[in-house]
Write a protein that binds this ligand. Structure first.
Ligand code: SF4
Length: 405
């Protein structure tokens, strides 16, 4: 029997649980499809260091499915969705919001304004058979317009605002030598991980909103005025590579007077489903431009999609006019790449600034322990929960081949 055949036999012997857990805003778990392979447990524990999906009662009570013995909302799940990427049977799937998008589109009292995150544009092209690396933002704009979305923008605008805010905040902390190291706050799974495990670090986490929420704030402010005039309600639709963004939009601090900054988060996978549902030929569709007034973005916002991108964008802004082009390239190269932890030291106004870039929450956990023990010392730390950054987010189409170290 092959790997999954063997597991299926075990599954048939023990599966007496009939349970669908939809308590998480990010993922749905169907225990009927679980074959106890343990891949989700491995990712959650060993890669992410979260342990929300432990093998509780293993070998003692076969009626209790490992990884399914508690509702996700009762665990310390950080909503990263990495378990869904490795689940071989579809027992863990994304909490699907395509119905909400369709309902909003068909409601004529709603104005749908969409934002597309940087990591979506490449993954969606690959899903439809384009070459790896092909950027498809123009095609996504065209698709969203065909689906009935009114205006389409790039989340990179929000990322540009995050860079400005975060650089200013970092400089202020450096000058005051206060609340260092500064941890980035763009990744909601990391923020939740820190809240759960290291609440004492909350003052060290940047107070800046993530690009999704930054852009949502701007849109709701500007279109709120328009809504009053034309009697419509603006719905902020986010197209994200990320399942944790579905939880982030529901955080109470991102709702003001009953109005959410972001109303619906649709993953790359969800958008792919809608395109297929509508029978749109993604490869053939003519590219369209982003709308105005937010149709212009910088390259800094776009590199947020990969590990090291936030740090590079902050450094670009910080070091502007301080170093020559070649010096900057050397500095930026040290924060690029896929090593678990990347380090760089930059001299800024006579002070050595120590930087670390980490992806994967287990790596973040390790680095925090090293800081606490005095082994390491940094001023700025970028943390992204997913290995490789948002390009490998839990809401992306599942890669055709998953390799493991
Ligand atoms: Fe979401 Fe990106 Fe964080 Fe992954 S790394 S949880 S995709 S924000």
């Amino acid at each position: 029997a092959n790997r999954y055949g063997l597991r299926k036999i075990r599954f048939n012997q023990i599966n007496e649980v009939n349970d669908i857990d939809d308590s998480s805003p990010s993922i749905i778990r169907n225990s009927n499809k679980c074959i106890k392979c343990g891949d989700c447990v491995m990712v959650c524990e060993e890669i992410q260091g979260v342990g929300a999906l432990g093998f509780a009662h293993r070998g003692t009570d076969v009626k209790i499915m490992p990884a399914f013995n508690k509702k996700l909302s009762e665990t310390n799940c950080v909503n990263c969705g990495q378990c869904r990427i490795v689940c071989p049977t579809g027992a863990i799937t994304i909490n699907n919001t395509t119905d909400k998008v369709w309902n909003a589109i068909y409601d004529k009292s709603k104005r749908i304004v969409a934002q597309i995150a940087p990591a979506v544009r490449v993954a969606l092209g690959e899903e439809f058979g384009l070459k790896p690396g092909d950027v498809t933002i123009g095609k996504i704009v065209a698709v969203l317009k065909r689906l009935g979305v009114d205006e389409v923008y790039d989340t990179a605008v929000g990322a540009d605002l995050t860079v400005i805010e975060e650089t200013n905040e970092f400089l202020e902390r450096i000058n005051q030598n206060k609340n260092l190291p500064l941890f980035t706050s763009c990744c909601p799974a990391w923020v939740k991980f820190a809240e759960n495990k290291y609440p004492e670090l909350m003052d060290n986490i940047s107070t800046c909103k993530s690009p999704q929420q930054m852009f949502g704030t701007v849109v709701k402010k500007i279109y709120g005025e328009l809504d009053k005039k034309d009697g419509k309600e603006t719905i902020m639709l986010s197209i994200m590579p990320c399942t944790a963004k579905k939880a982030e939009m529901n955080r109470p601090e991102f709702e003001h007077d009953g109005i959410k900054e972001v109303d619906i988060v649709l993953t790359t996978q969800g958008l792919s489903m809608m395109i297929k549902e509508m029978g749109i030929d993604f490869n053939d569709i003519e590219e369209e431009s982003l709308d105005m007034p937010f149709g212009m973005t910088s390259g800094a916002g776009i590199i947020f999609g990969t590990t090291g991108g936030v740090t590079e964008a902050v450094l670009r802004r910080l070091l502007k006019n301080k170093f020559g082009k070649d010096d900057c390239e050397i500095i930026f190269n040290s924060v690029r790449g896929l090593e678990n932890v990347k380090e760089a030291t930059v001299n800024y106004d006579g002070r050595d600034i120590k930087i670390a870039v980490v992806h994967g929450l287990k790596n973040a956990d390790d680095i925090i322990r090293q800081i606490k023990s005095g082994e390491k010392n940094y001023d700025l730390i970028e943390v992204m929960a997913c290995r490789g950054g948002c390009i490998a987010g839990g809401g992306q189409p599942v890669p055709k081949v998953i390799t493991r170290e």
